[in-house]
Design a protein around this ligand. Structure first.
Ligand code: NAD
Length: 355
């Protein structure tokens, strides 16, 4: 083990309410991760988080995250703050981990990628679904050819925003989020689909509207059809007025579906023995259930895929961020292409530049 791997990383968590609340918890058990500072614009939220985590240093001012002793700045603030905060942190020599989406606009996302390149520091994305071990086994199943040749994919992510978006929430504004349901919800399936099949979205067309969600700026349902390189077709749906994540991959020898509530349904061409997914009767439908591995919340004592742990480890070793911001920029371009396709009733080709 090199000296570097023993290095204690001082971490500033920026935005500790909302999603940051669950982020906070996962740092507790990471070797070498010292949560040194909490920052939140809301003083009450910040003080309560500091008490809960027993962290002495907390602040309502982002500038404090640029203090010389801070190594990593973890940004969980609303989308429209990501660029200014990430770029300031990179310019101050910090490594940065950023919640999805990278930023509301491609232009801001490009500036983050450029700041990372210029600083020589690492900037990575936190994509919560990658905490889930099931997806790594599904990728393994696809890579081993147990689905045969993949022909198509269907994926959707949804939540009923009426349950959690109130007047005054930043999600009221399409400018602040950068869209609506599609940018907030469908980044996960868009990203996951490309990673699972090892292909990139090249062309998109879509319908997108807001029919039921007056408190959401932008769309509340979008359904897109994507053409991936190599000819795989993907149907991707985002909803801000209904729940349920579901993702299915179809191939010539079988299919696999994973759903929000810990269900996996599959038919494979041959047996598979993973740590979680076990399949013994080729070409027969199997239904599996994983109560600890809900898509939005992984409950494992020791999760080898916890992204905060893998990011900290990569920084200790001087390695690249596990999910670099370039991926966030790529996915943002796809999101914007889908919005444009819906608006223009057209097919948008990502191989031409999309801004
Ligand atoms: N599954 C997921 O991956 C997932 C789920 C929810 C949210 N998110 C992402 O997390 C980010 C935050 O979303 P949220 O739902 O937690 O929002 P939120 O509004 O619930 O919470 C944001 C927190 O940031 C604080 N804050 C606001 N402006 C700030 C500033 N300028 N500096 C410091 N603190 C500030 C707020 O006081 C609040 O505590 C967004 O980018 C969102 O897309 C990801």
């Amino acid at each position: 083990m090199s000296m570097n791997e023993d290095k204690i990383m001082n971490i500033a968590l920026v935005g500790v309410g909302g999603m940051g609340e669950s982020t906070r918890g996962s740092y507790a058990g990471i070797p070498g991760a010292n949560v040194a500072l909490l920052v939140d614009a809301n003083e009450d939220v910040c003080r309560r988080a500091a008490e809960a985590m027993q962290v002495d240093r907390w602040s309502t001012s982002f500038e404090d995250a640029l203090a010389p002793d801070i190594d990593i700045v973890d940004i969980s603030t609303p989308n429209h703050y990501h660029a200014a905060q990430a770029i300031a942190a990179l310019n101050a020599g910090k490594q940065v981990l950023i919640q999805k989406p990278l930023a509301p606009s491609v232009e801001e996302a490009e500036r983050i990628v450029e700041a990372a390149r210029r600083s020589g520091k690492q900037a990575g994305m936190y994509m919560s679904y990658f905490d889930n071990p099931l997806f790594y086994e599904i990728k393994d199943i696809i890579d081993q050819g147990l689905l045969g040749e993949v022909s198509s994919v269907r994926a959707r992510a949804g939540a009923n925003s009426a349950d959690f978006v109130k007047p005054g929430n930043w999600r009221n504004s399409a400018e602040k989020t950068g869209g609506g349901a599609l940018i907030q919800m469908a980044l996960h399936p868009l990203n996951m689909v490309q990673w699972l099949v090892g292909r990139q979205v090249e062309q998109v067309t879509a319908f997108s509207h807001n029919r039921m969600s007056p408190l959401i700026g932008g769309d509340d349902v979008t359904v897109a059809t994507c053409y991936l390189d190599g000819g795989i077709l993907a149907a991707v749906e985002a909803s801000y007025c209904s729940y349920e994540f579901t993702l299915s991959v179809y191939g010539t020898k079988g299919f696999i579906t994973v759903s929000e509530n810990t269900r996996v349904e599959l038919v494979l061409g041959d047996a598979y023995e993973g740590s979680f997914i076990r399949y013994g009767k080729p070409r027969q439908v199997e239904h599996l259930s994983f109560p600890n591995l809900s898509v939005s919340r992984v409950r494992l004592d020791d999760n080898p895929h916890d992204q905060h742990a893998t990011f900290v480890k990569a920084m200790q070793r001087g390695e690249p961020a596990p999910i670099p911001v370039d991926i966030g920029l790529r996915d943002l371009r796809i999101v914007k292409a889908i919005y444009r396709a819906a608006e223009e009733r057209a097919i948008v080709d990502l191989r031409e530049s999309v801004g």
